[in-house]
Design a protein around this ligand. Structure first.
Ligand SMILES: [Zn+2]
Length: 420
């Protein structure tokens, strides 16, 4: 049981494997949510770029309980929603393939409109996405919108209609206009997250830059303030270490304490699980999830996910070292040494499956710690920056880069650590 809970604690980012010939550019969605019967009505307008020479069909993934009302395009199309097939995506277990055949398309840019409705009741990630009267949380875990992770990142605009007693938050900019809510995402991202509750309260950081927004239901104000301060500190630290990026804005949603669920990161957004009364959200959890703003580009369905998870986790330990000092950091190292004693190696010959929790979150960070000790903190930071600069997504490329900035010996040493 502990393992199940642990593995849910860090629900991951989605990987973006860009398909050479199809790209989703934008979504324009009209969404109605009916909390009382756990259902939605959707009209999704999707702009897609394709290579018409090589592509004559599209596939999106959509929740199995939906029924398609209509699909339209500039071109003649036919479609097939294969609800009997299974999902190829670990993180979207309830999704089913919706095949759209383009009959005679010669255009590079096409528009597809998909109209569908239905309930979202049967969910494998039960409490991570849901529609209930007290809490609504929709994202790609539930496949509430037609999505294919292979088609890349996109911008989005959602017009939401919901009973006027609900307040709304989510990824991107949120605005209420009249009876509807507009949720707009102008930076390309891989998800559309919408959260609603009648009891939502919103807090901004005090400096009025509004760079961090925090929404909660049963948090208290003092804890909300501390969490915002922690997040601000961590963002600045990572910007300094990893990649100076333009102003990073964050929405933090403190999710009520539903059982068996975890926290997750999306572009400029984190959902963090409410802690028990009397304690605040841990610095460690905030630092791990925010680190995914940088560590998110490797595949999440196979062993390469250590490039996301172990790096995010070690980043959080580095942040702990900076904020609380070396003694606290070393306690964490001892803790990880103990909990990774039985962990399988990061690299296992003849298997491509996702690593165990202790491999990803305990063993991987320890290997990075030992590398840092071996090559020194300055070189190690250079290594991290270069991984990000070069957008490294595979262990092979990582080893080549490491050899380039250190030596053959260090590469051999590190490769051996990954196999142990
Ligand atoms: Zn993570």
């Amino acid at each position: 049981m502990k393992n199940i809970i642990l593995s849910l604690l860090f629900l991951s980012v989605f990987s973006i494997q860009i398909h050479a010939s199809v790209r989703t550019n934008s979504y324009n969605i009209l969404l109605e949510i009916f909390p009382e019967n756990q259902s939605i009505n959707v009209q999704a307008n999707i702009k897609i770029s394709i290579d018409p020479e090589n592509i004559d069909s599209l596939v999106f993934y959509l929740h199995k309980e939906f029924s398609i009302k209509e699909i339209k395009s500039d071109d003649n199309i036919s479609y097939d929603f294969k609800t009997e097939e299974s999902s190829p995506y670990f993180w979207m277990p309830d999704a089913r393939p919706l095949w759209i055949k383009l009959e005679n398309n010669k255009e590079k840019d096409i528009n597809v409109q998909i109209v569908y409705q239905g309930s979202i009741k049967d969910l494998k990630w039960k409490t991570t996405n849901m529609i209930t009267e007290s809490w609504i949380e929709l994202g790609n875990y539930s496949a509430w919108f037609p999505y294919n992770p292979d088609y890349g990142e996109f911008i989005s605009s959602v017009n939401l209609e919901i009973d006027s007693s609900y307040l709304v938050t989510g990824m991107g900019q949120i605005q209420k206009s009249g009876n509807a809510w507009k949720i707009e995402q102008l930076k390309p991202a891989s998800d559309i997250v919408i959260i609603a509750s009648k009891d939502l309260k919103t807090f901004y950081n005090e400096d009025h830059s509004k760079s961090i927004r925090l929404d909660y239901v049963i948090f208290n104000e003092q804890n909300a303030n501390e969490t915002i301060q922690d997040a601000k500190f961590i963002v600045e630290l990572y910007k300094n270490w990893f990649k100076p990026s333009p102003e990073v804005q964050f929405t933090i949603v403190v999710v009520p304490p539903f059982p068996n669920r975890g926290s997750y990161h999306r572009k400029n957004f984190v959902a963090l699980l409410q802690p028990e009364p009397g304690v605040n959200i841990s610095f460690h959890l905030i630092a791990h999830e925010i680190a995914h703003e940088w560590w998110n580009s490797a595949p999440t369905d196979n062993f390469e996910d250590w490039l996301n998870e172990s790096f995010a986790e070690y980043s959080s330990l580095m942040a702990i070292r900076d904020q609380f000092g070396i003694d606290r950091f070393e306690e964490w190292i001892q803790y990880k040494e103990f909990s990774s004693r039985e962990s399988p190696p990061i690299l296992q010959p003849n298997t491509n499956t996702r690593g165990q929790t202790s491999t990803l979150y305990d063993k991987g960070p320890l290997i990075l710690y030992n590398l840092e000790k071996r090559i020194g903190r300055i070189k190690f930071l250079e290594f991290l920056r270069e991984l990000l600069n070069q957008n490294i997504k595979s262990t092979d490329d990582l080893l080549n880069l490491l050899e380039g900035i250190t030596s053959k010996e260090i590469r051999a040493y590190f490769e051996n650590e990954l196999l142990k």
